[in-house]
Every structure is written in structure tokens, then in C-alpha cells.
Write a protein that binds this ligand. Structure first.
Ligand code: FES
Length: 62
């Protein structure tokens, strides 16, 4: 069983279940939740890399 699972949600974010570490382009660690994080897949989030629900308003289709 993998430690971390990435699931694509229909017309929504990547849901990452499991402990992860996220770094920005400069290598700085971005604080995230310990067990589950929703990462933006539509490009419209104001809080990238996390999903903020903007995909709904943008009517994002994967
Ligand atoms: S996937 Fe939700 S804001 Fe981009």
C-alpha cells in the first residue's frame, strides 16, 4: 500500500492523501496539511498550489 495517494477529482483538483512536502520554485517549503491536500489543476486558484474552489466558478472541465 503506497504511503501517499494522488487522486484526480472529476473536473476539480488533485486530492493528495498522505504526508507530502511542497516546495516553491525557490525551494522554500510551503506549509500544507499533514494528511490531505487539494492541489489546483485548473490554474485558477488564488492560493496556488492549493485549490480554493475557483474551478467551480470557471466551470473547469478536465
Ligand atoms: S482545481 Fe480548484 S481552484 Fe483550481
Amino acid at each position: 500500500m503506497p504511503k501517499t495517494v494522488v487522486q484526480t477529482l472529476k473536473n476539480g483538483p488533485y486530492l493528495v492523501n498522505g504526508e507530502i512536502e511542497i516546495k516553491d520554485a525557490e525551494g522554500n517549503i510551503i506549509p500544507c496539511k499533514k494528511d490531505a491536500n487539494a492541489l489546483c489543476r485548473c490554474g485558477g486558484s488564488a492560493g496556488k498550489p492549493f485549490c480554493d474552489g475557483a474551478h467551480v466558478k470557471a466551470n473547469f472541465k478536465a
